[in-house]
Design a protein around this ligand. Structure first.
Ligand SMILES: Cc1cc2nc3c(=O)[nH]c(=O)nc-3n(C[C@H](O)[C@H](O)[C@H](O)COP(=O)(O)O)c2cc1C
Length: 194
């Protein structure tokens, strides 16, 4: 059976470079035989998390919809913009709302659990979001207690390297991303097999 992998970026910007990176990763994973789902967080708009809002209205429908999509995945690739060395508020808000959906097991599990993760970032700068990678790995492993593969992907000058349709203009970036996608695919496959 194919491994199911989800791809999204922590940016809703129409011309988002991180959406391009997520698309490029999805294209490679599909070629590796994965069943891929690419989503745009602009289709999952959520209010900024507030405990009072949650108490009054519960978890927003888009978070529940995202949790349903997550529930059938074996692995997830997230491309995050680097904002002042950290992840975007959109990404954190999305992760947080979805984490408010809990199983009734002991300990309670969020929809993020039981999957393998890979992370990447790109920007127009020379560092390519390298600093947000560390923040992302820390966030996912410590905050959400999930497994992140060690092959992380930072793409400098993403505007020169990544096409809108998921193409990659640099053989080095292509090889780096493919290494990460192989690791995500194979690790998620092993994990799913139990
Ligand atoms: C508030 C803010 C802070 C930023 N901080 C950084 C930064 O620390 N490092 C960096 O490389 N780019 C930084 N940038 C530039 C973004 O990485 C760049 O706009 C990127 O293209 C955003 O991701 P997107 O194209 O996926 O929307 C920042 C942009 C904004 C708006």
């Amino acid at each position: 059976m194919s491994v199911k992998l989800l791809f999204f970026a922590g940016s809703t910007r129409e011309a988002s470079l991180n959406k391009r990176l997520a698309k490029a990763a999805a294209t490679q994973a599909k070629e590796l035989g994965a069943e891929i789902t690419f989503l745009d967080l602009k289709d999952f708009a959520m209010p900024l998390y507030c405990g009072d809002l949650e108490k009054e209205q519960g978890v927003p429908e888009p978070a529940k919809k995202l949790a349903d999509i997550l529930s059938v995945q074996d692995g997830v690739f997230i491309a995050s913009p680097e904002y002042n060395s950290s992840f975007s508020p959109l990404l954190k808000n999305t992760l947080d709302w979805v984490s408010r959906i809990r199983s009734d097991t002991t300990p309670p599990r969020t929809p993020w659990h039981n999957k393998i993760y890979a992370v990447g970032s790109t920007s127009m700068g020379a560092m390519g979001g390298i600093r947000v990678i560390q923040s992302m790995v820390g966030l996912l492993t410590n905050g959400y207690q999930v497994h992140v593969i060690p092959n992380t992907v930072a793409v400098p000058k993403g505007n020169d390297v990544l096409g809108a349709d998921g193409t990659i203009e640099s053989p080095q970036v292509e090889a780096m991303l493919l290494g990460a996608m192989k690791a995500l695919h194979d690790t998620a496959k092993l994990h799913a097999a139990g």
